[in-house]
Design a protein around this ligand. Structure first.
Ligand SMILES: [Ca+2]
Ligand SMILES: [Ca+2]
Ligand SMILES: [Ca+2]
Length: 511
């Protein structure tokens, strides 16, 4: 009896430990976003974290998570993430030999780094006694787990020896100003919501924010979806599921802009009681580099609009139908109305369909709202990967009549240059190419949005072999003739710009 009790306590304790997912936040000065080790966005564990403005205690989003579906040999495989407690993803990569997940304590992790952390590391790694901070030291670029792909997280191999070793100057390759990196599988547990068989997909994700004035209320995620199974998926579709809070979650509405490829949510009436009050909240999401191929929302009060609970239902949802197979149509609640459509509440933005259809003309009262954004990839073979980039933005506008609501969300979007795609590439910033460079050719240094204050090329002894002249200062892009008198070897390009000081390795070689 005593033994049984002890065992029971142990199991209970073990379960509680497993439920503690590692968490992190990415943030701008206005927007704080939680990420956990299951890839749940807008959560730190069970706590909602999508605070806007920062320190206001008010949240814009309840949840966002990835959906995937693949067909192989007539069988439908899939994994969906509909809430923090219902996620069908778990931390850890997939064994490349068996296709099975690798889990365990050391993979229950979100690696959380800022660009400043990495810059500081790069300035200090040569200093005696230097110890990299934990998430640089443990960056999962290299690891000792057998059968898992040896290189996982992206990094710059500063000493060019093919392995990640931060004390030799190697450093994580981040995308944004603040970054949260996670590695997931969808095979470590039961797919309790989708009822679909596991796919053998490994997800490597980086949530990030960009320190740019126009992007203070945007969070980005880049997902690499890697097929570690031995199956070729002839159909492969991915989705981003968004559950909106917008302060008080019980008075919201949603829509799709088909023309511009985004979904949005807005307060469905003129008072966000207990939330943003009369400063009405809005949110939007887009795949900045891919087409939006469909959008749909689920309603718990309606059998037709229920979430899929089988693989067949999942396939239906990702193929322009409701879970039970009812076609999705334009008008009303989206079934048994007008023409077939892949897009929910598209207003008058769909060129293929005449008429107007919005949440406000659906007959539904404002309430809780979610949206699934869908992209159809062109299949996914064994060993291949695809990349899904997403951007989610939030904002406040002052109360206006409902008819003008969509227009206001447009305005927010346009402010972001429909998605700040240009801003992203600019903020990704510095480029130096080609590298390696052949002696006698030209090196181009592009500082992105920044202006170059000083640029210097030094050899391995630290001797300056080239330096920018007065005419090249305050430029954003400089070309450097790489003298063919320079011996082959590794050089260092030291750059000072209006916002950073950095140095970059350049390899000069002969053909
Ligand atoms: Ca190295
Ligand atoms: Ca609301
Ligand atoms: Ca209200």
């Amino acid at each position: 009896m005593r033994l049984l009790l002890t065992t029971f306590l142990f199991v209970a304790h073990g379960t509680a430990l497993l439920a503690q997912w590692d968490t992190a936040t990415v943030s701008t000065k206005d927007f704080v976003v939680g990420v956990d080790a299951r890839g749940s966005l807008f959560h730190t564990g069970s706590e909602i974290r999508s605070e806007y403005p920062a320190n206001s205690g008010k949240h814009m989003m309840n949840y966002a998570g990835l959906w995937m579906m693949g067909e192989s040999g007539g069988t439908v495989f899939g994994a969906i993430n509909t809430g923090e407690g219902q996620a069908e993803c778990w931390p850890g990569p997939v064994d490349t030999i068996t296709g099975l997940p690798t889990t365990g304590g050391s993979w229950n992790r979100v690696w959380n780094l800022t660009d400043q952390d990495v810059l500081q590391h790069r300035h200090s790694f040569n200093t005696a006694g230097y110890q990299p901070i934990e998430d640089i030291r443990d960056w999962p670029a290299s690891h000792s787990t057998p059968n898992v792909n040896p290189i996982l997280a992206p990094y710059i191999d500063w000493d060019l020896d093919g392995k990640y070793d931060p004390v030799q100057g190697d450093f994580p390759k981040l995308i944004g100003t603040t970054n949260a990196y996670f590695i997931l599988n969808e095979g470590a547990g039961e797919h309790i919501v989708s009822g679909s068989p596991s796919m053998g997909i490994e997800v490597q994700g980086m949530a990030y924010t960009i320190n740019s004035k126009a992007l203070q209320n945007v969070v980005f995620v880049r997902y690499h979806l890697i097929n570690r199974s031995s199956r070729n998926y002839s159909t492969f579709k991915a989705g981003l599921f968004l559950d909106f809070a917008l302060g008080n979650a019980n008075d919201n509405r949603i829509g799709t802009d088909v023309k511009n490829g985004f979904v949005y949510a807005y307060n469905g009436d003129l008072n966000d009681e207990g939330g943003y009050e009369n400063q009405l909240p809005g949110a939007w999401a887009v795949f900045p580099k891919l087409t939006l191929d469909g959008s749909v929302g689920f309603s718990a009060s309606d059998a037709v609009r229920a979430m899929p609970s089988t693989s067949e239902g999942l396939k239906n949802i990702l193929s322009g139908k409701w879970s039970g197979g009812e076609p999705r149509t334009f008008g009303g609640k989206g079934y048994q109305t007008g023409e077939a459509t892949n897009f929910l509440y598209s207003g008058s933005t769909d060129d293929q369909i005449s008429g107007f259809w919005a949440d406000s003309t659906s007959g539904d009262a404002p309430g809780t709202r979610n949206v699934l954004m869908i992209h159809n990839f062109n299949g996914l073979n064994s060993g291949e990967y695809v990349t899904l980039d997403v951007a989610i933005g939030v904002g406040l506008e002052n109360g206006q009549p409902d008819a003008q609501r969509t227009q206001s969300v447009w305005t927010i979007l346009n402010e972001f240059n429909v998605l700040g795609v240009d801003a992203i590439s600019q903020n990704l910033g510095f480029r130096l190419y080609p590298n390696p460079v052949t002696a006698g050719e030209i090196i181009t240094v592009d500082a992105g949005e920044d202006e170059i204050i000083q640029l210097q090329l030094t050899d391995f002894l630290g001797r300056v072999v080239w330096e920018s002249g007065p005419d090249e200062k305050k430029m954003r892009k400089i070309t450097i003739p790489c003298s063919d008198a320079l011996p082959d070897g590794v050089y260092q390009m030291n750059m000072k710009t209006t916002s950073t000081i950095s140095s970059h390795k350049v390899l000069i070689h002969r053909r």
